[in-house]
Unconditional design. Structure first.
Length: 79
């Protein structure tokens, strides 16, 4: 769940993933990019059965990097 008290940063998203341990992680491509660029972000996303983005397209390079790391990546809704 979004907390208006915390800024959207890779570190905060990783902390949220570790605290909640979701099977499926839904996010927008901007946050997906933040996670991928943050140390430990890709490993944190690998804990999820599926990572799903929506709202915009995911850059090919980012999608290729995440799927090469073993992340099950899916796009829903948006461009």
């Amino acid at each position: 769940m979004l907390s208006a008290d915390l800024p959207v940063t890779g570190e905060n998203m990783i902390a949220g993933l570790k605290a909640t341990k979701p099977d499926i992680f839904y996010l927008v491509p901007y946050t997906l990019k933040l996670m991928a660029e943050t140390d430990g972000g890709i490993e944190a996303m690998k804990m999820c059965r599926s990572v799903c983005y929506s709202g915009a397209s995911c850059p090919d390079e980012l999608g290729d990097k995440l799927t090469a790391a073993g992340i099950s990546l899916s796009g829903y809704y948006g461009s």
